[in-house]
Design a binder for this molecule. Structure first.
Ligand SMILES: [Zn+2]
Length: 67
């Protein structure tokens, strides 16, 4: 499914450090580590809006009037 991103985080437990894969829907929630059983808060990334153009070189050439 589109938009169902998977986030990978590492368990903060120094004795575990297991990499957990959680769905993006779990952002801001607590998940339980399967390795040590501790609760880990999934960080919420800051999204201030994606930039309209990253390269900015292939946007002006799109509209070409037919001669
Ligand atoms: Zn753990």
């Amino acid at each position: 499914m589109a938009g169902d991103e998977v986030i990978r985080i590492m368990c903060p437990n120094l004795g575990c450090q297991r990499v957990l894969a959680v769905p993006s829907s779990a952002r801001g929630k607590l998940v339980r580590c399967r390795g040590c059983g501790s609760n880990i808060r999934i960080p919420v990334p800051r999204v201030d809006g994606a930039p309209p153009s990253q390269s900015g070189s292939s946007s002006a050439q799109q509209q070409k009037p037919a001669a």
